[in-house]
Design a protein around this ligand. Structure first.
Ligand code: NCD
Length: 353
């Protein structure tokens, strides 16, 4: 366990240790106030974030460590044209751990190549968000014991929602999980994720209305329609307001269904749902902080070694994803054949013309 690019990279044993440590911290936080004393977290947020950023900073402080970094790339050397490689080489010589959010897909993987300390992906564009998945899983496991045999509905923005992609990757390891994908056509799960579900024989169905499946669900994972990832405001407005959960609809749901949301919520969950005991999204955010404490503590104890050498640039191929980190950081090695998946963002590799 070194860099955390995708939570699904952890083995079952590693995740089980992490979950046990999280529950110990939840039950006895005072036992960990000095656990990271003297450690420094480098926190690099190239994209707006309240929850994840605050959650990581609070987690490090509750462990007795400290935090340096930025939450606005305009106040960093990136604004002067510095490469990601140089920023990471520098920060990793100051800090003991790095947490990074970046709008480019595959950015965390790219950063990990040049870091001499563990890198934690706090969201890379619409791609992955492993510590949100940790948050989601801690909530499900703490409240229901397991995710086995569950009917899980994912509702809203399945196209741009990186939290959904990460969670689906992780759910693959549970038995008999049935996935209900609830989204309008324009926000359906991307092809590479559908491919992932099929490849791993995860039973799923795609429906276009929450009402159709709500009474069957054990967990409903609501998501925000991500305005910042839309090309036009009109495209966004056409979908806003669809796929809403209200107290009236909750009457048709199971008595013990959990309602999760990575937050921030806009109007996809009406305020009148908040007092329903099944609405656990604020509790989920709190569990997320404890999960991040466990992760920081675990990674800070590692004997970490940066791999010695890396190739530079690409040879005849390129990634087909315009949002891939390789488009803005062209020195990144891309040593894979046409038709393979991009090692950074998972999109298809094509011929460079
Ligand atoms: C999510 C994110 O940033 O991907 N939020 C979060 O990390 N808590 C979801 C969102 O922004 O809608």
């Amino acid at each position: 366990m070194r860099h955390i690019i995708d939570l699904a990279d952890l083995t079952a044993a590693e995740f089980s240790d992490l979950y046990k440590l999280t529950t110990n911290i939840i039950d006895r936080p005072e036992g960990y106030v000095d656990a990271c004393r003297g450690k420094v977290l480098g926190s690099l947020f190239y994209e707006p974030s309240t929850r994840t950023n605050l959650s990581f900073s609070t987690a490090m402080m509750r462990l007795g460590g400290s935090v340096v970094g930025f939450s606005d790339p305009n106040s960093s050397s990136t604004a002067k044209g510095e490469t990601l490689k140089d920023t990471i080489s520098m920060v990793s010589s100051y800090a003991d751990l790095i947490v990074m959010r970046n709008p480019r897909e595959g950015a965390a993987k790219a950063a990990s190549l040049y870091s001499s300390v563990p890198v934690i992906n706090a969201g890379d564009g619409g791609h992955l968000h492993p510590t949100q998945t940790l948050t989601d899983m801690v909530t499900i496991l703490r409240m229901r014991g397991s995710a086995d045999n569950m009917k899980i509905g994912l509702c809203g923005d399945l196209k741009y929602g990186r939290t959904v992609h990460s969670l689906l990757h992780f759910l693959e390891r549970y038995h008999n999980v049935q996935i209900y994908l609830i989204a309008p056509d324009a926000l359906k799960l991307p092809d590479y994720m559908v491919h992932f579900l099929k490849e791993h024989q995860m039973p799923f169905c795609e429906v276009s209305a929450l009402d159709e499946v709500l009474p069957e669900l054990d967990v409903l994972y609501m998501t925000r329609i991500q305005r910042e990832r839309f090309v036009s405001a009109q495209e966004y407005e056409n979908l806003e307001g669809n796929y809403q959960l209200t107290a009236a609809k909750m009457k048709r749901a199971k008595k013990d269904m959990l309602v999760l949301h990575p937050l921030p919520r806009v109007d996809e969950i009406a305020q009148d749902v908040d007092d329903d005991p099944r609405a656990v999204y604020f509790k989920q955010a709190r569990y997320g902080m404890f999960g991040r404490m466990a992760l920081l503590l675990t990674l800070s104890k590692l004997n970490f070694q940066r791999p010695a050498k890396h190739g530079i640039g690409t040879d005849g191929v390129r990634c087909s994803n315009p949002k891939c980190i390789t488009k803005t950081e062209p020195y990144l090695p891309l040593d894979v054949p046409v038709g393979a998946r991009c090692p950074y963002c998972d999109a298809l590799i094509e011929l460079r013309l």
